[in-house]
Design a protein around this ligand. Structure first.
Ligand code: UTP
Length: 226
């Protein structure tokens, strides 16, 4: 089975610093899936590293959006290097910096970072699914489910377990901006819908639950599909 595992940057680097407990559970998960014969393409988000660098540049000088994005992209790549390094015994030795170029990889684990300004790593994940012919993208974040609205603002928001791309896109809209707090980037959603992908939004702090999803057992999370 081939799938893309897109890791929200906040899981790798929350505001308190690099989360080595998460990285240990990620390594354990990847090794277990590798042993089962899976082929994984891992995409890493920027998390606090991205936000801190963008904030620092903005505190000193007015920085165009593209340049802010580049700082974000480098942050995602630094996190990709970190994840590749902790998986050095199974992962391809080079990280993907250009998802348009298909790499000849012998290893079944490939790690990627961001690519172009104006994008998110969600979009990179969908693009990689297209290039490497994966039908599933697992989007790891720190929420258990997608809600009908932001539950921190709207306490009456309801859990979504299963939703069509059409209905999901009505919730997230059509626009993306850096740091947008949508469960899956609207632009990436548009392409995912076109490619008929399944995107599972799962909590990365519960990797056993991710095994359950992949092993077709009862799991906690939101599945977005055609
Ligand atoms: P992320 O995809 O990590 O976005 O990229 P995020 O919204 O901060 O999500 P989390 O918190 O990591 O889950 C970080 C920033 O890097 C830039 C964007 O500015 C984005 O906000 N970026 C990333 C790009 O411009 N292009 C890319 O291909 C990837």
């Amino acid at each position: 089975m081939t799938y893309v595992l897109s890791i929200g940057g906040s899981l790798i680097v929350p505001p308190t610093g690099i989360d080595t407990v998460f990285l240990k559970s990620l390594r354990k998960f990847v090794l277990a899936r590798y042993d089962k014969g899976d082929r994984l393409i891992i995409v890493t988000g920027g998390g606090s590293v991205a936000r801190q660098y963008v904030k620092a540049s903005a505190a000193v000088e007015k920085v165009p959006e593209d340049d802010q994005d580049w700082l974000g992209i480098h942050a995602t790549r630094l996190n990709a290097h970190l994840v590749r390094t902790i998986l050095r015994d199974v992962a391809h030795p080079e990280i993907v910096t250009n998802p348009d170029k298909i790499m000849k990889v012998k290893s079944r684990v490939l790690v990627a970072g961001g690519y172009r300004p104006g994008w998110s790593t969600d979009y990179v994940a969908v693009l990689l699914a297209q290039k490497y012919k994966a039908k599933i993208v697992i989007n790891l974040s720190n929420i258990d489910y997608v809600y009908t609205a932001d539950p921190r603002v709207f306490p009456q928001a309801k859990i979504i377990k299963d939703i069509s791309w059409k209905d999901f896109r009505e919730i997230v809209g059509d626009e993306w901006r850096p740091g947008l707090n949508a469960p899956f980037d609207p632009i990436a959603s548009k392409l995912a819908q076109k490619l008929i992908l399944q995107v599972a939004v799962l909590n990365g702090n519960k990797m056993n639950n991710v095994h359950k999803f992949l092993d077709k057992q009862k799991y906690q999370g939101t599945l977005i599909h055609s």
